[in-house]
Design a protein around this ligand. Structure first.
Ligand code: HEM
Length: 584
């Protein structure tokens, strides 16, 4: 892993921090092993079933289908029955973006579901590719006979023993609802909510579903129903004379067999999709690094994230320092001087941030930096020094190397820069803009993103434009891919610090717009890729700290600036709340 890697970075954050870059949390919808408000259904069970039904249309004979997000277009079918599916669709809606596919969100959701209820950690590989249409039928139904079920799983890529394991590992959570299968579970006429009969006596991801089946105490209606036609779990479980079920009677075997078979389930993708390597937890991670303008000032911002063992006390004396090199002038690439920002205080995440990270035994400590940048010197690369202040020598984090003079984290260009805090979004519902984007529920609202980009003097661009993408759209009727030109706008934003400002308006109806920003110059095109627009002028403002410079060749680095304090942590939830409030 070398920073930056937008896809790895975003997938890693969603899996291990459980949230998108503005703090909106996916994991908190499911963790800790939650029941849904209203129906009291198991959210993790709904999410796991959603993933299975998306995968179930895989056809091993021609390599089509699999975990590809097609489920969202297949919810009307008898095989994909039930409110749980629709509610799950709503849960996932806001999380896909240009580098995180809807199918990857479904896979991550399933992994969180299993882990938060006490199941194994299923390794996650990313890179699933979404389809934008429904596929053929394929999910098994309870009235199917054994031959049909066996053939259905064969087509998905699983033999008989694997079918038995997959069903047992799925049917350890959740149950059957009266609303969906009134013949199996009689409704309660006195309740608006469906009656749910769980597959086993616990909500947890454990092998009770197996042991209760084997000892004859099971409450699983797909086994016990007097209507033998609907007893699909009985047919499946006893297909090999119960031998596979007996092998799952050992609790540890159940966990490891389920990890393996669910890994295969989630990694079942169309033949032409290549998944990434496993997305592992980064022990030290740079996030939100950006050279930009805030309040008429060129600033460089970055956050640095370290893991902290839950069962150990965090070192309150630790200091983290950001260091960087100039891009131009006498000290170019730290030839003469290195700049430093003051060590910042520790801002800790809740250990519940993601069930995966919690199960691994960690939570996160974050260090946020904002420093002013003199545009004549600019910045070429940065890195971090972590000092425990306990007599041990500091650790340098230098993009893959922890000592010596590594490559640093690069600031790859300073020619064209998005300025989120100078940009803003208006939500309009007067219909005048909605000709372009009307969602399929007929709701006519549009978000107008007025984006501001700074272009460095000397670039003289023939064109400044964004490629705008949003895939987080209710019910996923289509993706928004728009190209919008930005025009020089000295009236709105006077030139400043060697930069001229360009503005343009992107229309969107989705929940997660990102842009690739380009400035086309005669020699080359400068690009800032995958710039997120989740906060814009709602970004909590933190005044830049002071800067100290030291001779690059040695000496203790003393510092002079005030720390940033806790303002980020206290502001972010408010901003996220405001954003979700306007998410219609
Ligand atoms: C023989 C194949 C299968 C059949 C016929 C089947 C059928 C069913 C039925 C009828 C329900 C009740 C749904 C409702 O009442 O809304 C259900 C629930 C569920 N199924 Fe399956 N299933 C099969 C395989 C699987 C597999 C392989 C998995 C995942 C690995 C899975 C995961 C689930 C989960 C988690 C639930 C509970 C959902 C909830 O409580 O909201 N199923 N299944």
């Amino acid at each position: 892993y070398t920073w930056p890697s937008p896809q790895y970075d975003a997938l890693e954050a969603l899996l291990y921090e459980g949230r998108r870059s503005d703090g909106s949390s996916l994991s908190s919808l499911v963790h800790p092993c939650r029941k849904r408000t209203g129906t009291l259904a198991s959210v993790p069970a709904e999410w796991l079933r959603f993933a299975f039904h998306d995968m179930a249309t895989h056809n091993i004979d021609d390599g089509t289908g699999g975990l590809d997000g097609s489920i969202v277009y297949e919810l009307g079918r008898p095989e994909n029955f039930g409110l749980g599916f629709n509610q799950t669709l709503g849960d996932f809606e806001a999380f896909p973006n240009k580098v995180v596919s809807r199918a990857d969100v479904i896979a991550i959701g399933a992994i969180m579901s299993v882990a938060t209820c006490g199941g194994p950690i299923i390794p996650f590989r990313g890179g699933r590719i979404d389809t934008w249409t429904g596929g053929p039928n394929g999910a098994p139904e309870p009235q199917h006979d054994l031959a049909t079920l066996t053939e259905s799983f064969r087509k998905q890529g699983f033999n008989q023993a694997e079918m038995i394991k997959l069903v047992a590992c799925g049917h350890t959570m959740g149950g059957v609802r009266s609303a969906d299968f009134p013949d199996l579970v009689p409704p309660n006429p006195n309740s608006v909510n469906p009656v749910i009969v769980d597959f086993d006596t616990t909500m947890a991801f454990d092998n009770d579903v197996v042991t209760e089946y084997l000892d004859g105490t099971t409450q699983n209606v797909l086994v016990t129903t007097p209507n033998r036609t609907m007893a699909s779990d009985l047919r499946v479980f006893e297909a090999d004379g119960n031998s596979t079920m007996r092998s799952l009677a050992d609790a540890n075997a159940f966990q490891s067999e389920c990890r393996d078979i669910l890994t295969r389930m989630l990694d079942t993708v169309p033949r032409d999709v290549t998944l990434t390597d496993e997305i592992t937890l980064l022990p030290a991670k740079v996030t939100a690094a950006q050279l930009t303008f805030e309040k008429e000032q060129l600033v460089f911002k970055s956050s640095f994230r370290l893991i902290q063992a839950i069962n150990a006390t965090a070192n309150t004396r630790r200091t983290v320092t950001m260091l960087w090199c100039d891009r131009y002038g006498d000290s170019k690439d730290c030839a003469g001087e290195t700049s430093t920002a003051l060590p910042v205080s520790t801002l800790a995440d809740d250990p519940n941030v993601s069930p995966i990270t919690m199960k691994l035994g960690y939570y996160f400590l974050n260090y946020h930096f904002v420093v002013p940048i003199d545009s004549t010197a600019s910045i070429s690369k940065f890195w971090f020094r972590v000092d425990e202040n306990d007599g041990s020598s500091p650790t340098i984090y230098n993009n893959g190397e922890t000592s010596g003079s590594g490559n640093g984290y690069p600031v790859d260009q300073d020619q064209v820069l998005l300025a989120p805090m100078m940009s803003h979004v208006d939500v309009v519902s007067n219909g005048s803009y909605t000709k372009t984007y009307t969602n399929r529920n007929g709701e006519s609202f549009t978000r107008l993103y007025t984006l501001v980009a700074a272009v460095r003097d000397g670039v003289n661009p023939s064109r400044v434009y964004v490629d705008a993408t949003d895939v987080a759209i209710r019910d996923f009727p289509f993706a928004i891919n728009a190209q919008v030109d930005l025009k020089q706008n000295d009236t709105a934003h006077a030139p400043l610090a060697g930069y001229t400002f360009y503005t343009g308006v992107v229309e969107d109806i989705g929940l997660q717009l990102s842009v690739d920003l380009h400035a086309v110059a005669s020699e080359q095109t400068y690009t800032q890729s995958f710039m997120q627009t989740l906060l814009l002028d709602n970004t909590p403002y933190v005044a830049p700290s002071g800067v100290n410079t030291t001779a690059s060749t040695g000496g203790a680095l003393s510092t002079i600036a005030p720390a940033l304090g806790g303002s980020w942590r206290s502001l972010l939830p408010l901003v996220v709340g405001a954003l979700l409030g306007m998410a219609l």
